[in-house]
Design a protein around this ligand. Sequence first.
Ligand code: AQP
Length: 326
Amino acid sequence: MKGRVFSGARPTGRQHIGNYLGAIQNYVKLQQDYECIYCIVDVHALTTLEDTDKLQENIREMMHDWLAAGLDPQQSILFVQSHVPQVMELHTLLSMVTPLGWLTRVATFKEKARLQPENINYGLVGYPVLMTADIVLYKAETVPVGEDQLPHLEVAREIVRRFNNIFGPTFPEPQAKLTDAPIILGLDGVNKMSKSLNNEIELAASPEETRERVMGAFTDPERKYRSDPGHPEVCNVWRLHHHFTKNHDQVDVIAQECRDALRGCVECKEQLAEGINRDLAPFRERRAALAASPQYVEEVIADGARRAHAIATETLREVKERMGLI
Ligand code: AQP
C-alpha cells in the first residue's frame, strides 16, 4: 500500500515563488509514489484574514495555481478544508489532550500575537491543533512543508504521541518533508517571502509585473556603487539565481563577475527576471486556460471533498470509539 501524504496552505492570495520552491514542487513530485491529499485550509485563513469577501476568490486562485503547477486531481485528492467538517470535530477532541502551554510557547503564535494585538483569537493559539487534525484525519505519515511550518509539525507530533499513549496506537507520527529550498527570502532580502510582508513574487504575475518586482529587490547591502566589489553570498538576488538560472556554472560566473565589479545589480536583476519569466511561462499558460474553465475547477473541488469525506468519516469513527464516545 502507498504511504499517505497530506499538506495544506492558507488561501490568503495567490501563491508565490516561496510557496512553490518550499512546498508545491514537493507536492507535485510526491504524487508519483504516494497517495497525496492537498487541502486549501480556509478555516485557518480566518485566523488572520480580515477581508472574508475575498475568501472564495482566493480558494479558486489557489486551486488554479496548484493545478497549473502540476497537481493532478486524478492522482491526488485536492479539496477545501471546510467542505469536510469532520476536521472541526477532531480538532475539539484533540484539544482535550493538548496542554495549553504547548501552544502558547509556539514562536509563530507569539509573532502573530505581536502583529495583531487587537485580535489574539482562540483560533491563533489553537492553530497547531487544527493543523494536527488536518493531518491525522487522513492518517498521513509525510507532510511536505516549508521550514517555517516545522514548529507546528513538532506540536502535531507531540499531540499524536500523547493521544496514542492515552488511547492506544491510532495515528502515525507525521514527518516533515522539506525541499532543497526550505526557506526562500523575500524581495527585502531579510524576511521569509510572504504575502503579508508584501515581499513576494507571485507565480501568476505577468512578465512585466515580475520584472518590476524583481527590479525593486534589495541586493548586497554593502555595495553602494557599481564599481564596488560585491558580496554574492549575502545577496538574495544571487541566491534566487540558483533556482532560475539553468546552467549552474553560470551562477558561479555571476558570483565572480559580481565580486570583480564586472556586473552591476541592475544587470543581475534583469537576468533573474528573465529567468523567472522563462521558467514560469508554461505554468502561466496552463493557469490562463484553467481560469477560462471555471466549471472544471468546481468539479475538481467537489470531487476532492467527496473522496476526502470518505476517509475522514472512517477515522473519526475510530477516534470516537477509542475515546469512549461510541
Ligand atoms: N518563503 C517561503 N519559503 C519556503 N516555503 C514557504 N512557504 C510559505 N512561504 C515560504 C510554504 O508554503 C506552504 C504554504 O504556505 P501557507 O500558505 O501556509 O503559508 P503562509 O506562511 O501563510 O504564506 P505566506 O505568504 O507567508 O502568507 P501570509 O503572509 O499570509 O502568512 C507551507 O508549507 C509553507 O511552509
